[in-house]
Design a protein around this ligand. Structure first.
Ligand SMILES: CC(C)(COP(=O)(O)OP(=O)(O)OC[C@H]1O[C@@H](n2cnc3c(N)ncnc32)[C@H](O)[C@@H]1OP(=O)(O)O)[C@@H](O)C(=O)NCCC(=O)NCCS
Length: 170
């Protein structure tokens, strides 16, 4: 299995991964909305590819704002592995590769709204611990997580401002 940045001709296969992994097309649509937006970072859209060329997983990190800060941070959303290949380490490999790629770009922080049983093993902790808050107070504290990277500064605090691409999920 290879992990590499997405290429333009991967779009249909990436959509198929999200449609297979999630119960609704919302995440597949989110990928396309982010890809068409200013927050898209091509280096941070990674696919997991089998040796036969089939794409079996995808992870996307894109820029979002922090109220009162001129600098963006990264949001991890969405990530998926096709059901028949889950629990084989592919999601973990994608997460580590995406965090490494974010480090290589000197990005300061990655946030995620996700499974509390998955992300803490990569160093994600409740975002409130770093003074980072979701758009609505109703978001569960345990599921809204952040991972500071090497260039993180403690003054990078505030409410996350999700761009319009995320509209239906926020
Ligand atoms: C979440 C997801 C991306 C994880 O990918 P994956 O390739 O299955 O993850 P890994 O094989 O690297 O799993 C690592 C560990 O996570 C835990 N884990 C994975 N799937 C789990 C599940 N369904 N329930 C409980 N724990 C789970 C396990 O501890 C696993 O280690 P183990 O298999 O040694 O016990 C995948 O399950 C998926 O696509 N789910 C549907 C879409 C989704 O929920 N995306 C994430 C949105 S935040």
């Amino acid at each position: 299995m290879t992990i590499r940045p997405e290429r333009p001709d991967d779009a249909a296969a990436i959509r198929a991964v999200h449609l297979a992994a999630f119960p609704s097309p919302a995440e597949a649509d989110l990928v396309e909305l982010i890809r068409a937006s200013d927050g898209f970072v091509p280096d941070l859209s990674l696919v997991a590819e089998d040796p036969d060329g089939g794409i079996v997983g995808h992870i996307l990190l894109s820029h979002v704002g922090i109220a009162g800060s001129p600098d963006p941070v990264l949001a991890l959303a969405p990530m998926a592995v096709v059901p028949e290949r889950q629990r084989q380490g592919i999601g973990s490999a994608l997460t580590r590769a995406a965090l490494d790629a974010a480090e290589a770009r000197d990005e300061p922080l990655v946030i995620v709204l996700g499974h509390p049983w998955f992300y803490p093993r990569f160093g994600f902790r409740p975002a409130s611990r770093y003074g980072i808050f979701p758009p609505a107070a109703t978001w569960p504290d345990a599921a809204f997580m952040a991972k500071p990277l090497t260039t993180w500064r403690s003054d990078l605090k505030g409410r996350v401002l999700y761009p319009p691409a995320f509209g239906r999920l926020t």
